[in-house]
Structure formats: C-alpha cells, structure tokens
Design a protein around this ligand. Structure first.
Ligand code: BDP
Length: 326
C-alpha cells in the first residue's frame, strides 16, 4: 500500500542516525621513526600497534610506518604533529625537553638504578603524568618505549671524567644534554642523529653517546671503536600523537589507539632485549671495544645539572617518585 510518508521517514531517520552516531570512518594513520632498520625495536613496535588496530577495527584503521627518517628529523616530525600535518611520531624524549619540561625528568642523568627499575617507574603514575603533560602543548603522549642505557663512544676509551675533558661530543638537540656534556668537561655539539655518522667520520665531533642498538644501527661503530659503558642516561623513547588529529576522532577510535599503543610496549621491550644482545655481538665483530668504567665518578658531577633543570617543586616531586619506585 502506498504511504506518502514512506519516502520521508526513512530519510529523516537516517539523518537522525547519522547525526547521533557518525558512521565509522576509514582512518589511515602515519607514524614516523628515524631508525634505518625495519627490524629496529621501535619500528617493529609501531608495526605491531598497526596490526592490533587493524584487527580490532576490522580493517578500518590502518597505520603506515615511515622509518629511516623519511618524514624528517625528530624535531621536524614533532612540528608536523603540532599542526596536525602528521598523526604519529616515535621520537627520543630529548627533543621534547624544551616543549614540555616534565619530559626532562626521565632524561636526567643517572636517575634510574637499572633498566628493570626504569621500566617499573615509567609504568607507574609518574610516567602517566609525564605523558599527560604533553597535552597542553598539542601532543598526546601514548607510550614510552625502551631505549636502554646510553654510553659515550669515541676514538679512545673514556674511563674517567678526565678522559672526557675537551672532547667534542655530539648530543641530542636539548639544553639538558648540552649541560650534561658540559658537566663532564666536554664540548657539546647538538645535532640530529642523521648527521652523526658523517660528523664522526669527518672529525666534526670526536665522540657521541647512545645505546648499543643505535651505535650499531646508525653504523657509528664503523667510525669510532671505543664504547665506554658510562650508562649516564636511560632516557626513554616517546610515542606521540597529534592532539589536533586525536581531538577530531570519535572517542571509540581514540580508545582503540591508546590501547593498541600501550599494548605494543611489552612487545617493544622484548624486541629491545633481543636487539641489545644482537647489536653487542655485531659491534664486537666489527672491531668495537666495550670498556668498563667507574660510573660513580661521572655521576658525582651531576648535582649542578639537577639544581639547574629540576628547579620546581613539581619536577622535584616527579624525580623523587621515579627514583623511589622499587
Ligand atoms: C636513539 C633514539 C633516536 C634518537 C637518537 C639520538 O632511538 O630516537 O634520534 O637516539 O641520539 O637512541 O638522537
């Protein structure tokens, strides 16, 4: 039977439905990473996150990983996130130090007692607080990934702070890192990691500092052979999302993204432990020498760095909470 309202009602109902429940949109997220190897633990973790998102959204949400610095330096990708031109970036925490002071806390030298303790501390409430602190600046801090411990490498062993005197050392682009190098008596040259290999080869810098997988992966061990285990920092990696993009997504998608990022952390840590062992073997086979050092002599020079950078009650409280994590 003909019903004049038939044509009108479904349209109105559809419209009402569309307004109350926007149809789930297909979503492609891009994630940047500077590491060259497709097997680097952070790169693998991003791919893992993508698999989880794709499974849980029945293929609607996809994550494309652009490693090898294809989308720019870490600072450049951070700038792109800020304006919503890029969705995700996995960066070292150091280029965020100037943008979000709370990120300086886990960057501080000799803050954690061990990698295991660093993981427990960052998994706790202080870690969450630091991730959240990036939001007012336009970044959703999704997760910390592991970056192990960083040590100094040079053309000679650096066993004591006296060995570091006058050394031209590359550091990440952060005032805090410049201050750490200065406390050791070295001359810091901040630069993006992509320039370090050439810097070491040409003698623009005498030294750099990083974890073993980066010493190996960026081929720095081909340029300088002595890796001295100062382990002066366990500053983590950071997985950030553009707040501008995030705020435009339905809450259900926001939750999917947060959960997939958090779940990729345990996976990344397993890959990290494997990669450290592999990288150690590779650099040794490539002629690198691993030098044991008296870390306490280096640590003894750091109080002025704490006094200068951990200069508010809030930062001091975060230091204490992270350090006191069992
Ligand atoms: C590596 C980090 C990478 C940084 C690099 C650096 O994984 O994100 O770019 O250090 O020193 O350990 O800049």
């Amino acid at each position: 039977m003909f019903c004049p309202r038939f044509k009108i009602l479904p349209a109105a109902a559809l419209l009402a439905l569309a307004l109350s429940q926007p149809a789930a949109q297909a979503l492609t997220l891009r994630a940047a990473d500077v590491h060259n190897s497709n097997e680097y633990p952070t790169v693998l973790a991003l791919k893992r996150m993508g698999e989880l998102l794709e499974q849980r959204s029945a293929g609607r949400i996809k994550l494309k990983v652009f490693n090898k610095g294809a989308l720019g330096t870490e600072k450049e990708t951070i700038d792109q996130l800020k304006i919503g031109a890029l969705e995700l970036t996995r960066v070292h925490i150091s280029p965020m130090n100037a943008i979000c002071p709370q990120t300086q806390v886990p960057t501080m030298p000799f803050l954690f007692r061990s990698v295991a303790q660093m993981r427990r501390a960052l998994d706790g409430p202080a870690g969450e607080e630091i991730l959240r602190a990036c939001e007012p600046q336009g970044f959703i801090g999704l997760a910390f990934y592991d970056s192990g411990a960083r040590s100094i490498y040079a053309r000679k062993p650096i066993k004591t702070p006296a060995d570091a005197k006058g050394l031209k050392i590359r550091v990440p682009q952060s005032d805090l890192w410049v201050a750490v190098a200065a406390a050791l008596g070295a001359n810091a040259t901040p630069m993006p990691v992509g320039e370090v290999y050439t810097g070491l080869k040409t003698g623009l810098v005498d030294a750099a500092e990083n974890n073993l997988p980066s010493f190996e992966g960026f081929k720095h061990f081909e340029a300088v052979k002595f890796y001295s285990r100062t382990e002066h920092s366990m500053a983590p990696e950071l997985l950030l999302m553009s707040k501008k993009v995030y705020d435009g997504l339905p809450p259900a998608d926001q939750q999917l993204i947060r959960a997939a990022a958090k779940e990729s952390v345990a996976f990344q840590r397993l890959r990290w432990d494997e990669q450290e062992a592999k990288s150690l073997a590779l650099v040794k086979a490539g002629g690198a020498q691993i030098v044991d050092v008296d870390k306490s002599a280096f640590q003894a020079l750091m109080p002025p760095v704490y006094a200068r950078f951990m200069n508010t009650p809030e930062l001091q409280r975060l230091v204490k909470t992270l350090q006191e994590t069992p």
